[in-house]
Design a protein around this ligand. Structure first.
Ligand SMILES: [Ca+2]
Length: 445
């Protein structure tokens, strides 16, 4: 049967109008939460007081953890910055999103994450949310690969991996503070500046649902506290990591500033009467680096596929909805998109198209039927690979092939490959099958 074109057009227009008018710019819906997603940069598993640190004071983040859900088995999908950001925004493995390595200032100035991927910001924008990203992008240097091309209404921040906390110059000596698609410098200590914009955005959206993404620079180098001063200048001569010799003290100052600024966001939400319908997520993008941060009790650091490279803090807080608890359920960065889609329930994202899964039931305290820990999950960076299926984990590097039982040996000290060869082979096969299914062209290094 042939349907007249005019009828098809009418049908399409009816659907489009219905869809467009459903939520856009309407009043906040009490049942669907605003989303505040705060991500620290290179913050290690053991860098917050609520994860056992006794030297760094983080009372505001601890308060969210104390009242909400604190995860002890949350993992970044990447072991460096860009891949985790790709997974977070697409619900895919970084490799499926085409971003396996760092989008570097030297080699990747003309590339970015494939714009064809449907992002968390696009999903929420389509659901009628106001969307904003303030902070570190790191998924493409060109404006065409920037946040405004990936579903964000507003962007102020930087696109490289790190900038001076005061002059906002990247590590190659380029100016790197953007407002929308234009370079447009602003004054201010990075962590406070990002927060200032977040606060302005919350206050400006009293009458709409909003998604506020705050990917902080802290505590990534250069190690500069809020009382320090600018070190980098355009094309200047500077120490990339920062000139302070007491880097561990600077690191503490940076995390304590981050904590204070998380507190400012919470206070703003309280003042605006938005706490009851706002989901706050706090997480890190990869493990800490050696010398300054701590991933204790886990082995390894940022850029390694041992647990210390990817097991990171993650806290979910939603007043009156998420009960206080600590969970060892397996959750990854790529689960955040399907989880938010599930909670917003506008039109749940097609989970067949994401590798992440919704953990909404875990957040809402429904433990029955959880399958998080039954998954086999993968990491790959440069020439290192890992696969986990609880309690087992395979780690492959050019120099080693190891099997660990994380339940007995969370610090990955004892290689059980020769004791359990069949388990090693099975996980290795899973890893190979996953790799064979990867088809996206990769940004890697
Ligand atoms: Ca990072």
């Amino acid at each position: 049967m042939r349907i007249p074109l005019s009828n098809v057009l009418i049908l399409f227009l009816s659907f489009a109008c219905c869809y467009c008018s459903s939520k856009a710019d309407g009043p906040p819906d009490a049942d669907r939460p605003n989303i505040v997603l705060i991500m620290a940069d290179d913050l290690g598993y053991h860098d917050l007081a609520c994860y056992g640190n006794t030297k760094i004071n983080t009372p505001n983040i601890d308060a969210l953890a104390e009242a909400g859900l604190r995860l002890t088995n949350f993992h970044s999908n990447g072991v460096v910055c860009s891949p985790t950001r790709a997974a977070l925004l697409t619900g895919l493995y970084p490799q499926e999103a085409g971003v396996e390595g760092v989008v570097t200032a030297k080699s990747h100035r003309d590339v970015g994450m494939n714009l064809d991927h449907y992002t968390l910001a696009e999903y929420l924008k389509d659901a009628g949310y106001a969307t904003a990203a303030f902070g570190k992008w790191h998924l493409g240097y060109q404006a065409k690969y920037g946040p405004l091309s990936q579903g964000f209404d507003h962007f102020k921040g930087f696109v490289s991996g790190n900038i001076d906390y005061f002059s906002h110059i990247d590590q190659e000596g380029y100016e790197d503070w953007w407002q929308g698609t234009e370079l447009n410098p602003e004054e201010g200590y990075l962590t406070e500046l990002i927060t200032d914009h977040g606060i302005d955005f919350i206050r400006a959206h009293q009458d709409s649902s909003f998604f506020l993404y705050l990917p902080h620079g802290a505590p990534h180098y250069p190690y500069q506290g809020p009382e320090d001063e600018a070190e980098r200048s355009i094309a200047g001569d500077f120490v990339v990591g920062g000139k302070r010799e007491d880097k561990d003290v600077a690191y503490k100052e940076m995390i304590e500033s981050l904590d204070k600024n998380v507190g400012r966001i919470v206070q703003t939400l309280e003042e605006e009467g938005r706490m009851n319908n706002t989901l706050i997520i706090f997480c890190s993008d990869n493990g800490a680096t050696p010398n300054v941060g701590s991933n204790a009790p886990y082995r390894g650091y940022k850029s390694q596929v041992y647990e210390g490279g990817h097991r990171v803090p993650a806290i979910f807080y939603w007043k009156g909805k998420i009960s206080q608890s600590v969970s060892d359920e397996l959750v990854l960065s790529m689960d955040i998109f399907p989880t938010i889609a599930d909670l917003v329930a506008e039109d749940p994202v097609n989970t067949e198209k994401t590798s992440g899964i919704s953990v909404a039931e875990l957040l809402l305290g429904n433990q029955a039927g959880l399958t998080n820990n039954e998954r086999t999950v993968f990491w790959r960076f440069k020439n290192q690979k890992a696969a986990t299926k609880a309690p087992w984990k395979v780690v492959l590097t050019p120099d080693s092939a190891e099997l660990f039982n994380l339940a007995n040996d969370p610090s990955e000290t004892t290689n059980l490959k020769d004791s359990f060869p069949e388990i090693f082979v099975e996980l290795n096969e899973s890893l190979k099958n996953w790799e064979e299914g990867l088809t996206e062209e990769l940004i890697s290094n």
